[in-house]
Design a protein around this ligand. Structure first.
Ligand SMILES: Cc1ncc(COP(=O)(O)O)c(C=O)c1O
Length: 423
């Protein structure tokens, strides 16, 4: 399990989990719990797995900031050579704080406000992805008012389904995202002044474990461009590669995936008599999910007459909404007794006032007790960025570990922080 679910630097020393060369119990004592811990080496390796094959053909991997928008993680993504996909004025500000230049930004959002579009113009965003005709008109007007031209892609929904949770499918007909093919063709022929079209964008969905759907999207885009007589200079195939969350899940390899996409784009455009566009991809989860774990303290262990024994921890739904949102599964463990034999099967619950606040319904653990340190692996993506303050528990701190050192990149939210917006 440690080989597939935990960060690459994970090791077990005398039964205790170490990450980046540091004992997790030491991290918990120093920074408190719940605590997001990110391993810089894992993030860098995942980024490099994408960067290499794309750079070889003049393409680029763009980190989807929605997966983890903490500035410390964005800095690490930038250091690893990735560009940045941002979906709001807030994510643009975080990317700037992390050192990204506007030219490295691809700006998304299916209902961008003027604040988002203005922020994109202010930083000189490299590409804005148009999601609707009204948005094209508003962006064109904002650009003309500044006497600039904005490079844009148009997001198309090719009606290609993917095998994933319905809440993270996006490329099907009827999706709220993007424009259907005829509307894309119409917008291309009447693009508002102030915008210069660079190409197309497709994002089919998230937590998809193979390259088959995106390879067909590449073929679909080439055929569509040939049909409407359009020669794109950029094709952005979005993100979506999945990760293993529990033992036995598929653990796709980003390098093989990126290589397969490069080959598919080259072949598809050649077979339609078109020059290959520059290929962009926007991975989020597959860059950062496995780099992260969450540490919790056990609060109580409680048996019930129905047979479930609840192990409750000092976090839950607010720092990990994915169980409630998608029925996601996790494999919690006791971080200080990783090699001890299990003494039974337990359910691990959070501290929030919802019966659905459960991190795992059935997991084998070695005699869990109050005060034990629980680790939940594969929590680097869509945890911190989706965290809430439900029940007014402050959001966790986050640390980045590397070469035996831990750096706090997000401080824990205090009660004063929580009340500071109430007037
Ligand atoms: C437009 C776009 N690009 C990239 C991503 C990142 O997807 P993933 O984290 O699955 O790689 C998403 C996720 O929803 C997205 O909507």
């Amino acid at each position: 399990m440690i080989d597939t679910l935990y960060p690459l630097t994970a090791s077990i020393e005398a039964g205790r989990l170490h990450l980046g060369g540091i004992d997790c119990e030491t991290l918990a004592e120093r920074f408190g719990t719940p605590l997001y811990v990110y391993d810089a080496a894992t993030l860098a390796a995942q980024a490099e797995a994408y960067r290499g094959p794309l750079a070889a053909v003049g393409g680029r991997a763009i980190f989807a900031a929605k997966a983890n928008s903490s500035v410390g993680v964005l800095r690490a993504a930038r250091a690893a050579g990735l560009g940045i996909d941002v979906a709001s004025a807030g994510e643009i500000a975080a990317a700037v704080a992390a050192g990204f230049a506007g030219s490295e930004m691809v700006v998304h959002g299916n209902a961008k406000g003027d604040d988002d579009l203005t922020a994109a113009l202010d930083v000189g965003a490299g590409l804005v992805v148009l999601d609707a005709r009204e948005e094209a008109e508003r962006l064109g007007a904002l650009a003309r008012a500044r006497s600039v031209e904005v490079a844009v892609l148009i997001r198309v929904t090719p009606d290609i389904g993917v095998d994933t949770h319905e809440k993270v499918q996006t490329g099907h007909a009827g999706s709220k995202f993007g424009l259907e093919p005829d509307a894309v063709a119409a917008l291309i022929s009447e693009l508002p002044a102030g915008l210069k079209l660079r190409g197309l964008h497709v994002h089919l969905g998230s937590q998809v474990v193979d390259s088959v759907p995106l390879r067909s999207a590449a073929g679909w885009c080439a055929a569509f461009c040939q049909r409407i007589g359009y020669r794109p200079s950029v094709l952005d195939l979005g993100g979506g590669l999945g990760v293993a969350y529990v033992p036995g899940d598929d653990a796709p390899d980003p390098c093989r995936y990126a290589t397969a996409l490069v080959e598919a784009v080259l072949a598809a455009f050649a077979s339609h008599g078109l020059a290959a566009p520059q290929l962009l991809v926007e991975p989020g989860r597959s860059v950062v999910a496995r780099a992260g774990v969450t540490l919790y303290r056990v609060r109580t262990v409680k048996e019930t007459s129905a047979g479930t024994t609840w192990v409750t921890v000092d976090g839950g739904l607010a720092d990990n909404p994915r169980v409630a949102l998608y029925g996601a599964r996790y494999a919690p463990a006791i971080a200080t007794r990783l090699l001890a034999p299990p003494t039974g099967t337990f359910a691990v619950a959070g501290r929030h006032c919802e019966s659905g606040d459960v991190l795992a319904t059935s997991v084998a653990l070695p005699d869990p007790r109050s005060g034990d340190l629980v680790v939940v692996p594969v929590t680097g993506a869509y945890h911190q960025s989706m965290a809430s303050t439900y029940n007014l528990f402050g959001r966790p701190a986050a640390v980045l570990v590397e070469n035996g050192e831990a750096r706090e990149i997000t401080r824990r939210e205090s009660v004063e922080d929580l009340l500071s917006r109430d007037l």
